[in-house]
Design a protein. Structure first.
Length: 211
């Protein structure tokens, strides 16, 4: 069960039935059993359907770095870290890290979008937070309302992953595994939409799933 209302709205309004079904299949495993070693194949098959560069086409081990430097490192390396937290670590324990790394990818995509459309070359947006970047993007009227609404919802979730501590005594952690998986796919869907809008070549391609 999702523990953040913003993620529930994103799930309801942004995700198609294929992604919803895949997430349900993933969590149909014995996830409540802490000793259970879950299988992530269904997640990366869904990720591959979205296309563009995602965790699915990068090694799960962060030691193997396909983007050692430059803009693509900032843009895609967080998705590799998110995959690592899901595949190598345990998404039930490292949920917050998945949310934060997913947000870092979306933040980089938004900055790239603003830099691309700016007549000043985008230097003003180099260090923009995700919240400020989304406010600026909204003014461009380049995306449908449901996309902007999802972006604003995710800003709130992302900020919590960076700054807040869990003050809800009823919950062991601020983020659970469902929050992490939905956050990852939210940023993948939104990221691809943003990158395709500025014609980033790899955002239109589909790649092989990396084992």
């Amino acid at each position: 069960m999702l523990s953040h209302s913003e993620l529930q709205r994103i799930y309801n309004n942004l995700f198609n039935e294929t992604i919803k079904s895949g997430i349900s299949d993933f969590f149909a495993q014995d996830m409540d059993n802490a000793k259970y070693v879950y299988c992530t194949d269904v997640l990366w098959k869904m990720d591959a359907l979205i296309g563009g560069i995602g965790g699915y086409c990068m090694p799960a081990s962060p030691v193997k770095n396909p983007f050692p430097a430059g803009v693509k490192r900032e843009l895609y390396r967080p998705l590799q870290y998110a995959r690592s937290s899901i595949d190598i670590c345990d998404v039930r324990i490292f949920a917050r890290q998945v949310v934060e790394n997913s947000g870092m990818h979306l933040e980089a995509a938004c900055r790239m979008f603003l830099k691309k459309i700016s007549v000043l070359g985008g230097l003003t947006f180099q260090n923009s937070t995700l919240g400020k970047a989304v406010c600026r993007i909204e003014k461009e009227n380049a995306f449908n309302d449901y996309v902007i609404d999802a972006l604003y919802d995710f800003v709130k979730v992302y900020n919590r992953s960076k700054h807040e501590v869990n003050q809800d005594e009823a919950k062991d952690r601020m983020f659970n595994a469902e929050d992490a998986v939905v956050s990852y796919f939210a940023t993948r869907l939104l990221g691809v939409l943003i990158l395709q809008k500025i014609n980033v070549t790899e955002s239109f391609k589909k790649y092989e799933i990396c084992e």
